[in-house]
Each structure stands twice: as C-alpha cells, then as structure tokens.
Design a binder for this molecule. Structure first.
Ligand code: ZN
Length: 189
C-alpha cells in the first residue's frame, strides 16, 4: 500500500502560471484567470473543463488549480480542491483565514459541486466567486451532487460571501467546448 499522497499539475501550467505579484482587483479579473485555466486544461489535455484560483486579500494569486480527475485518475481532484490544497501548502496553514485575519477568495469557473462546497467551507476562504452555474454543467451532462437550493445563503451565514454569474457565459462556453471535443463526462454515482 502506498503511504504517499501526491499529485502534479500538468506541465503546460508551468508556462501559464500567473505572476504572483500581479493584483487581480475585480471579480471579473479573478474569474478571467479561472476560466483561462479551464480552457487551457481542455485545449492541452482534454482534461476536465474546470479551473480555479485562490487570491490573497490584496488580490494576488496564491495558487491555481485545474481539474485533474482524468490526468491523475483521482475522483477528488476537482479544480477547487487542487487550488485550495496548493494554497494551504504555500501558506503553510490549513485555515486560509488564519483565524479570521485574512480574507482570501476563491474563483471557480463553475459553481462548486457538493464535495467542493465542503472543501470551500473547511478551507477558511471568505469569498467565493462562481462562473458557470450548476445548470450550465448539467446542460452538458455533468452533475454536481446533492446541494441545498439555498446553499449560497448558507455560505453567507457562515461568513463566506458568494458572487455568482461572474463571466458566466465565457465559463459555460468552456463546458460546451469540452463536450464538443469529445471530452469524458464523469459523475458521482
Ligand atoms: Zn467539485
């Protein structure tokens, strides 16, 4: 049995990483990066059409993630999980809020699935930006699991501000592009 737990971002990402000093000021700036990563994941590897990025309170990127389910044959490696894990590694703490002192944000090219919603709440990010909606994912064959209809309101109750429909059309276009190229659809069963 293996005692190691490791995965790697794809090689193409080495040339596509954002400048860690650049400030992504607006929700659209931040989502633009997540959507670009999603599109590149499709174009380079026909990987799952999802991208995500974590930003520090000043809007500087802390980490990026793309869907690695197919590349690493691991069901939990959704883009949000990858970005959150790498942010926690980089900052050296499991609580990205650092006890409530730091308001990091996560941009996700598609609204988080049931698993990623848990990962977001446990991560300590204080802001969640969503691109494509759950129904955009379902329209191309993905499904997001069991989620309460009022999940965004429940996130806000727990101190996570949620902004939806940021660059929604561009994010949904990536989902359709993936399917048009013959990408594999996988779901929770
Ligand atoms: Zn997910």
């Amino acid at each position: 049995m293996s005692r190691h737990f490791e995965f790697a971002l794809p090689d193409w990402l080495a040339g596509a990483e954002p400048d860690p000093q650049e400030r992504y000021e607006t929700p659209e700036d931040r989502m633009g990066l997540a959507v670009r990563l999603a599109r590149q994941n499709v174009e380079h590897t026909l990987g799952g059409p999802f991208g995500a990025a974590v930003f520090d309170p000043a809007g500087r990127p802390v980490s990026v993630g793309v869907n690695l389910v197919l590349a690493e044959q691991c069901a939990v490696l959704h883009a949000e999980v990858v970005a959150l894990v790498l942010a926690q590694r980089r900052l050296g703490r499991f609580d990205l809020s650092d006890g409530g002192r730091e308001a990091c944000s996560l941009a996700s090219s598609t609204e988080p699935c049931m698993m990623c919603q848990g990962a977001v709440l446990w991560s300590g990010v204080r802001e969640l930006l969503c691109g494509a909606r759950d129904e955009d994912a379902r329209a191309v064959g993905f499904e997001e699991g069991i989620k309460p209809g009022d999940w965004a309101a429940r996130f806000r109750e727990r101190g996570v501000e949620v902004t939806r429909d940021v660059l929604r059309r561009q994010a949904a276009d990536v989902l359709r592009e993936y399917v048009d190229r013959g990408g594999v659809i996988y779901n929770a069963h």
